[in-house]
Design a protein around this ligand. Structure first.
Ligand code: SER
Length: 318
């Protein structure tokens, strides 16, 4: 991996992945389409207007920058996807298959994140193993299972280097996620600092796997740099860091904001998606095949999130 194109560079993951890759010394092109490119990305390296759905422009961009690796972060998250399943399929599957075709032609490595959304109510949800039942009930999950299978198929049939991890809910302070079931775990920190209280859309006791962004970025790079001779799986690695329910993140926040109040107003759609997803994942296969280990615990993450959000609000209280 040398010259990387990030698709979806202005989104939750992309906004942080671009500077992360550049700091590691990779030539990284920040690719955006619908969203305004981030000033820091423009100032610190090359950028391009690319849309996953427009393979002609993608091909030109790959040629122009001599790209060898594409990190494709374009996605419609679970709750938004339920409102427009066809769009979710177009971006999540048609877009990915177009990219895999380009990868086949141009010998690209491709990273398209998968998700805990691949699981469903018939999966063992307590400490979900790597190889298990994947029968999701959301269209988002259906697209992600399809992507994992397409990645394996293109690897076996055409030798395309496609790899992916199943991200849990990702928590960060730079760019908000949009339309996911796990978004509450970001919102709760902002509301804790701004108002001292939060109304959770998920019920007490709803455990979900979560991860701090820096672990997620490192997972992507470590997997893409992993020795292929050691990999048996290539797509859909479980990666895990922490698992918590709303009341536990609230308790972690109270170490800094003792009067923080948590209430509940259950969103039935989000709750039913969350109930069909694992509480926690077994990621021992990722550890075995490419030495994956998370670094951030819930309390580590809370300390950083609250500190950074306070700094941002002090600089710009709006
Ligand atoms: N964070 C995603 C969602 O909630 C899961 O991958 O949709």
């Amino acid at each position: 991996m040398k010259n990387i194109l990030v698709i979806g560079a202005a989104g939750q993951i992309g906004s942080e992945l671009v500077p992360y890759l550049r700091k590691l010394g990779y030539m990284t092109v920040a690719g955006t389409s619908g969203r305004t490119p981030l000033p820091a990305h423009l100032a610190e390296g090359p950028s391009a207007v690319v849309n996953l759905m427009d393979t002609d422009v993608l091909r030109q961009t790959v040629d122009y920058f001599q790209i060898d690796t594409v990190m494709n972060l374009a996605a419609i998250l679970s709750a938004t996807a339920e409102r427009d399943p066809l769009k979710a399929w177009r971006v999540g599957v048609d877009g990915v298959i177009g990219l895999l075709e380009l990868a086949r032609d141009k010998k690209l490595s491709v990273f398209t994140p998968s998700s805990i959304g691949v699981f469903g109510p018939s999966t063992p949800l307590k400490f979900t193993p790597q190889d298990t039942v994947c029968r999701p009930q959301t269209v988002y999950g259906i697209t992600k299972v399809t992507d994992e299978l397409l990645g394996d198929y293109y690897r076996k049939k055409y030798g395309v280097d496609a790899r992916s991890v199943r991200y849990p809910g990702l928590i960060s302070y730079v760019t908000p996620p949009g339309g996911g079931t796990t978004d509450y775990a970001v919102d709760i920190y902002w509301q804790a600092v701004k108002t001292g209280s939060y109304i959770s859309p998920l019920a007490r006791g709803t455990y979900l796997p979560m991860m701090f962004m820096e672990d997620a970025l490192r997972a992507a790079v470590e997997l893409m740099e992993a020795d292929p001779a050691r990999l048996k799986h290539f797509n859909g690695f479980n990666v895990s860091a922490m698992s918590f329910a709303p009341e536990e993140v609230a308790a972690s926040i109270r170490r800094h904001i003792p009067n923080f109040e948590l209430g509940y107003a259950i969103n039935p759609m989000l709750q039913s998606i969350a109930d069909s997803w694992p509480d926690a994942l077994d990621d021992s296969v990722a550890t075995e095949e490419w030495d994956w280990h998370s670094r951030y615990t819930l309390d580590d993450m809370t300390d950083i999130m609250l500190g950074e959000i306070r700094k941002q609000l002090a600089a710009d209280p709006t």
